[in-house]
Write a protein that binds this ligand. Sequence first.
Ligand SMILES: *[C@@H]1O[C@H](CO)[C@@H](O)[C@H](O)[C@H]1NC(C)=O
Ligand SMILES: *[C@@H]1O[C@H](CO)[C@@H](O)[C@H](O)[C@H]1NC(C)=O
Ligand SMILES: *[C@@H]1O[C@H](CO)[C@@H](O)[C@H](O)[C@H]1NC(C)=O
Length: 356
Amino acid sequence: MMMDSALLLLLLWALIGTTSPQASAGPCVERLQGGERKTRACPRTCKSDAECGSKRQCLCDGECGLSCVAPGRTCPWPLHSNENLVFRLVSATPSFSALLEVHCKPGLTLPDGLDVTVRRCQGDRQWSGDEPICAEAQSPGHTPPPTCPLPEEVINTFSIHGDASVGTSIRYSCLSGADVVGSRENFCQDNQTWMHPHPVCKKLFCQPPKEVQQGYVVAVQKTEYEVAFDIHYLCKKNYRLDGPQKITCLSNGSWSASPPHCRARCVIPAERSRVVIGGVKRWPFDVTDAMVPHGENVTFYCKHPKKQCSFTAAQACFDGKLQTPECYLEPTWLQYKLFPHRLVSEIETCAPGDVE
Ligand SMILES: *[C@@H]1O[C@H](CO)[C@@H](O)[C@H](O)[C@H]1NC(C)=O
Ligand SMILES: *[C@@H]1O[C@H](CO)[C@@H](O)[C@H](O)[C@H]1NC(C)=O
Ligand SMILES: *[C@@H]1O[C@H](CO)[C@@H](O)[C@H](O)[C@H]1NC(C)=O
């Protein structure tokens, strides 16, 4: 009796073999515990027809394994095609183990990229699997390829070489010029995640800038300075700042500028002649210490070689050095004392046409 039903079963398998997935997939699977079972109720498990009563048979029911099923009972049919799907019954009737092809309408594909899937009529009178969802086929010309995310802080920290799309690599270099700590290269995986964590940029420090002669640093002296640290400079009395008053440690470990210089003032190299300083004609002895600050222009009076008139020539004070122009002649003590009105700085200035 048991032998007979086993034979019958074999015969049945042979008959539906061309359409049944079990026929080619080999023997019936063991019923799974958990997993697939959660999504559907499996009929009673069995080893032979005898366990299933008169109306049912012990048949292979997909992932439920051998189960007591009523082979004559059918799954819902016809199914209502939705706007994206077309159904085609492969078997003659929608009864147990019948196969159903589900196609996507032209231009649409299933999530796996295919345009057809097969569902089987189960022992619980439901078609296996879920109703598939067809979507617009991905054509490379129209939709941009999926990419892996690049957070803003990564974009602000690194120069990224590569386009972060799935299946490609990118390379990092620190915008600050610092060394990359971590993986310099990363790969965008199929699930749009990065293979490695993003690297970091090594923190840079600025080295102490060179000292400023005759100047002060308005900051705590350190062996290294962190990024964005400011150093302010002041010059000693009578020295003038030439350069930035402040330098800042940049994120690449360089200072925003070279330190400034403190430049010395100059002695006015004239005594017995007036000169023009800051637009005012003055005797040098009337000027404080007879000196001008660094960068100041001093205008001297020279005598025209042929005409009895004077013209001017300017010289700038640079860090303690101020020379008289070549044309300038310092009056003698006698000239100064006896003929003060004939000093070159006191005679008539030449007309514009007189000086070439
Ligand atoms: C993405 O895929 C990789 C490799 O295939 C895997 O190691 C990782 O866990 C997956 N990440 C997520 C969030 O699925
Ligand atoms: C640091 O950055 C500044 C401004 O971006 C640049 O002028 C300087 O050359 C850089 N220094 C180095 C060592 O890269
Ligand atoms: C001095 O003269 C130079 C050139 O004529 C000018 O550029 C500069 O601004 C002058 N300096 C001062 C302090 O007036």
